[in-house]
Design a protein around this ligand. Structure first.
Ligand code: FES
Length: 156
């Protein structure tokens, strides 16, 4: 691991402290350091050592929470709500359109690593369903036209 990355990781841990209860917020910040939204194995090993935790504890958290990944994902993570209200408001059409626009299936990453498509539980945008989030920004009332425009705005 390069020195700059080690320094950034140490800075994050210093802000929270080494207590295990801060592992999730620390992992969130560390994952954001990576362009491809994942936590490489060498990083989780380093983190475990530095925080004096078992490697298995860190891996358990990474594999339990859907927002963490051990493998590279797209720079832009599209999370489509798959909870009741969005389902009732035809999120299957949203999913079909996204899959077609990006030429990937849900759970996959585009070849150029620009987009990943993932499911999400309700994030409180039910009043504008069907809804999705891209890198945490919420978009709602999705239809063919708006989806196309939104995706185009994120293309490299
Ligand atoms: S059910 Fe989709 S945002 Fe709430």
């Amino acid at each position: 691991m390069d020195e700059l990355l080690i320094t950034k990781i140490q800075d994050i841990i210093k802000k929270y402290g080494k207590d295990r209860e801060y592992l999730i917020p620390i992992l969130k910040k560390i994952q954001k350091l990576n362009r491809y939204n994942y936590i490489p194995q060498e990083v989780s090993q380093y983190l475990a050592k530095y925080m004096q935790l078992k490697e298995s504890e860190v891996y358990e958290v990474i594999s339990f929470y859907a927002e963490f990944s051990e493998t590279p994902r797209g720079e832009n993570i599209i999370k489509v709500c798959d909870s009741t209200v969005c389902r009732v408001n035809n999120n299957t059409e949203t999913i079909k359109l996204l899959e077609s626009l990006l030429s990937i299936k849900m759970g996959e990453t585009t070849q150029d690593k620009n987009f990943s498509l993932e499911y999400s539980p309700c994030f409180g945008a039910c009043d504008i369903s069907p809804a999705m989030r891209i890198n945490g920004k919420t978009y709602g009332n999705l239809d063919k036209k708006s989806l196309k425009e939104i995706i185009e705005s994120y293309r490299r």
